[in-house]
Design a protein around this ligand. Sequence first.
Ligand SMILES: NC(=O)c1ccc[n+]([C@@H]2O[C@H](COP(=O)([O-])OP(=O)(O)OC[C@H]3O[C@@H](n4cnc5c(N)ncnc54)[C@H](OP(=O)(O)O)[C@@H]3O)[C@@H](O)[C@H]2O)c1
Length: 430
Amino acid sequence: MTEPLRIALAGLGTVGVGVIKLLAANRELITRRAGRSIAIVAVSSRDRGRDRAVDLSHFDWVDDATKLAERSDVDAVVELIGGSDGSALTLARNTIAAGRAFVTANKAMIAHHGLELAQAAETAGTALKYEAAVAGGIPVIKGLREGAAANEIAQVYGILNGTCNYILTTMEAEGSDFGAVLADAQALGYAEADPAFDVDGVDAAHKLSILASLSFGTRLDFAAVSTTGIRTILAGDIAQAKALGYRVRLVGRAEIVGGALLQSVQPCLVPVSHPLAHVAGAMNAVVAEGNFVGRLFFEGRGAGEGPTASAVVADLIDIARGEYGPAFAMPVSSLADPGRADTGNRVGQFYLRFTVADRPGVLAEITAAMRDAGVSIESMIQRGEAPDGGVLLVMTTHAGPERDVIAAVSALSGSASLVGKPMVMPILDV
Ligand SMILES: NC(=O)c1ccc[n+]([C@@H]2O[C@H](COP(=O)([O-])OP(=O)(O)OC[C@H]3O[C@@H](n4cnc5c(N)ncnc54)[C@H](OP(=O)(O)O)[C@@H]3O)[C@@H](O)[C@H]2O)c1
């Protein structure tokens, strides 16, 4: 009988408990698939007294999670604590330096320190696996790293944050504003008490930077992601987008433009004919366009105990089989550094919403600013009252560089005709 893969778990929250339950529930099947059993040897969390509704009595309890890296009776450490630095990072560094395999669901840590950890894993000849870090249960890391490995990928984009998608699709269904839906989502446990990482787009940006590196064979560059969240979207934006044949989604998008890497997370208008428009509630989806395979569309649950544990245990099964390679699909030294593209270079159509004072001359002022910046207006609707008393003026543009649209909007800043800040959203054209 082959020896079990002996693992230690750091962090016994939503995902950690999910991993314990999954390993127990599917033990026999996992053993057959992995070719050997996966046995939890030790666990660590902050509060030893907390009831976690799972039996921990068979595992060694370790107070200091970072000490799990030193155990000679452990083959792989699973980090489910969270946070880009602190104990999670210390544990990652020490585990890998000790030559043990390391599995994590921690997108913040991979986005910030993924290259360092991948290099260390190569040097130590061990595994760094992070399937659960991007889009939870969806096997998108495997899909890009292995299934699509033969392709040049032109673009990768998707809905990478379930909380934002839940808020946007609820706003759409109920006609409510952002604040009211966020409060309900918090009461129901769909949004964190501090929702900033989610609603400001940071969590999606972490995931996008990882997808970009895998897709294009480029060095991870989280700091270069241009990030805009969903706080300023009005119910009126969603209604107008719908009238025009679009749905509003927070889209993370990466592509190579003029040889340089362009990464953005921002609310976009998605045509109702595009599969992303039909991704509802807390679901996630990723689209990758490969030069031989064509369009790949991955959809599934991006969070939660079961889906996230599913991804973590898939990584453990790979390790048990001895199937792993470089964390970013090629050695760190082979990853290219294409430099950063300016989002202003991105060409496309845009949605603009102005909240304007209801008085003569306003329309002329705005259209003049568009004309002066070289922006060509495709359609215009003036309808409905904005929450702050003005009137909503909505435009879509013909295709042109984002730079021109931003210039037109900047030229209007401080104008007495505008009641609030204008909203600019790209229209997804892929
Ligand atoms: N939840 C999801 O659906 C999901 C999806 C994808 C990825 N992830 C990622 O998975 C990771 C874990 O998320 P989660 O939702 O399971 O978080 P969580 O429910 O907040 O659990 C975190 C756990 O870490 C423990 N912990 C905190 N600081 C610690 C330390 N210094 N030493 C040891 N244990 C410590 C906590 O201990 P106590 O319980 O003792 O206080 C808690 O059990 C994060 O990186 C997250 O981004 C989560």
